[in-house]
Design a protein. Structure first.
Length: 566
């Protein structure tokens, strides 16, 4: 007689069966079938079959509620004629988008490999040292304006203003423009030419502030403008490592530096942000600079030729990505850009999830909205080559700013889990596993120190793709919140110390402020698909689904990032 299952193997079944007794009276034959199995594998198969019977409601199990029967009949009526064709169509569209993204990543990987192997970075071609020597010899320094736009960023502005006022450049050839009165007085007393400017309103947000600043009379003497956000801390030789490029090439409009994150190790969320942004700077910006002299201005840590800004029409506040807007318009005027990957400017990543969500909404909605506004202008422009138009429309906007968000969310979080519930739709492993794995490895390779966090990065990026996809749709349709501007909150070291000292005295933020309904709904959907796949599937895809559902639930209850009291 075959041995019976251990008590620990069947004990957990009793409450489940008692709980279901009202709806599904379980016959003794089901339990005897499980107990009569010869080994644990047979017992597991028998248990899975019993659970299947419970879900599928075989003739030996009756359902007492008409509602469940009605839902089942309705599902069967629409599944084959409606759901299956719709899911097939969605799958083919997502596969096409996934292939587009894959080819774009492969193209950039090939270009960046060539750049690194053959040392063909564009900024190495310029005679930087000879220009420096001429400047020091002739003392003919250009007038430089430094703008620090800010709004309610008192936690970080002192470091930024202090770093800017410490830039190595003749003080009579440097003008610092900011909005903080007390800090201006402090540096004025030290001989720095600091201008304190105010506005009566917030019209245009950051673009409005920068535009207003360029209208001042003292700016007429300035040849270049440098922009730093309130949390950026440039090294003292920043101008010496950027201005000479502009002096050596009159066709150059912008020199962009990369970012270096001072708080990347603060929490897991900042480490994951670092992985995404490292790829953006190390690959996307470098490839754009090396191939067609175009990339998106990052809004800070860059030097503009003021004549190019004016030639492009100046700052415009029609979208939430005024920096990208200016860069595209300047590029269509024939101006060239240069990315200097060896020059890094320290700054701070948003460490609270609330701040990060607002930032990602702005960064995803703005480009999609700008694409809608400028696609016709790009197509009709006669001053740039067909290759640059193709790069702008297809590579820069369509694939990176729209497709990348949509394919991550709709394919990997909606369509693939849905195929588990509809067995008529089959998805091959190369499309479900190998393509995204290749894309992911290419992205993560730029941050080798965080490669062990690859799984967490995948799960978190999938969660964030929900907001990015929604924001991209809002931008394309110009729906509500399309021009919503919320300053990204940066805590700064001073504020962190203050919070840690007073954390025990002040209450945490209310639970209601941390609950995110969309993430919780997505978590429930993926959990349902995971359980279904575990019971009825022939693969182990439920492992990913359980992990992804857990990520959605964790973010849904706001348990991510740094927590600070109210």
């Amino acid at each position: 007689m075959p041995p019976k299952l251990k008590a620990s193997s069947t004990k957990w079944l009793r409450p489940t069966m008692l709980y279901r007794a009202e709806c599904w009276p379980i016959k003794s034959s089901h339990i005897q079938k499980i107990k009569g199995c010869g080994d644990e594998d047979d017992a597991a198969d028998a248990l899975r079959q019993t659970m299947r019977n419970l879900v599928f409601q075989d003739p030996g199990i009756r359902v007492s509620t008409n509602t469940t029967q009605s839902l089942n009949h309705a599902w069967e009526r629409i599944r084959v004629p409606v759901v299956v064709p719709a899911l097939h169509l969605a799958m083919y569209i997502c596969i096409a988008m996934s292939v587009m993204l894959f080819l774009e990543r492969i193209y950039m990987a090939i270009v960046i490999a060539g750049v690194k192997c053959f040392g063909k970075k564009r900024y190495t071609k310029y005679k930087l040292e000879s220009v420096k020597e001429d400047l020091e010899k002739n003392k003919n320094y250009p007038m430089v304006l430094v703008q620090i736009p800010m709004f309610n960023e008192k936690e970080v502005y002192k470091l930024s203003i202090g770093a800017v006022c410490g830039l190595s450049w003749p003080s009579d050839r440097l003008v610092v423009q900011t909005l903080v009165d007390l800090e201006c007085r402090k540096w004025m007393e030290r001989g720095i030419n600091v201008k304190y400017e105010t506005r009566n309103n917030r019209n245009g947000y950051k673009a409005g502030a920068l535009k207003e600043g360029l209208k001042k009379q003292y700016v007429d003497d300035c040849e270049f403008v440098v922009i730093f956000d309130a949390d950026f801390q440039p090294e003292e030789d920043f101008l010496w490592r950027t201005i000479p490029y502009l002096l050596d090439n009159p066709e150059l409009a912008l020199v962009q530096a990369r970012w270096k994150f001072v708080n990347a190790d603060e929490c897991l969320m900042t480490r994951l942000q670092e992985m995404s942004l490292d790829y953006h700077f190390s690959v996307e910006q470098e490839v754009g600079s090396s191939t067609c002299s175009f990339f998106g201005f990052n809004g800070t840590a860059g030097v503009w030729r003021i004549r190019a800004v004016n030639d492009a029409g100046g700052w415009k506040d029609r979208t939430t990505v005024e920096d990208m807007d200016l860069a595209v318009r300047a590029s269509l005027k024939g101006w060239k850009f240069l990315f200097v990957g060896d020059l890094a400017v320290k700054n701070e990543l948003p460490s609270t999830f609330k701040a990060y969500r607002f930032q990602q909404h702005r960064w995803s909605c703005g480009p999609a909205n700008l694409f809608r506004k400028m696609i016709k202008e790009i197509i009709l422009c006669e001053r740039v080559s067909v290759w640059k138009k193709f790069h702008l429309i297809y590579g820069f906007f369509f694939v990176r700013k729209i497709i990348a968000h949509w394919v991550t969310f709709f394919f990997y979080c909606v369509v693939i889990p849905a195929t588990i519930l509809v067995p008529e739709v089959h998805l091959t492993k190369p499309l479900a596993i190998y393509l995204p794995a290749t894309i992911t490895i290419l992205n993560a390779a730029c941050t080798p120190r965080s490669f062990h966090l690859l799984v967490f990065w995948i799960l978190f990026e999938n969660v964030m793709s929900l907001h990015r996809s929604k924001a991209a749709i809002i931008g394309l349709l110009e729906a509500s919140r399309v021009n919503e501007w919320v300053v990204t909150e940066k805590l700064g070291n001073t504020l962190k110390q203050k919070y840690s000292a007073k954390a025990s005295k002040k209450p945490r933020s209310r639970i209601g402020e941390r609950i995110h309904v969309l993430e919780l709904l997505m978590g429930m959907y993926m959990l349902h698909c995971a359980i279904y796949n575990m019971l009825f599937g022939n693969d182990h895809f439920f492992i990913y689904l359980f992990l992804q559902a857990g990520a959605f639930f964790i973010v849904g209850i706001g348990y991510v990032g740094t927590f600070v009291p109210n």
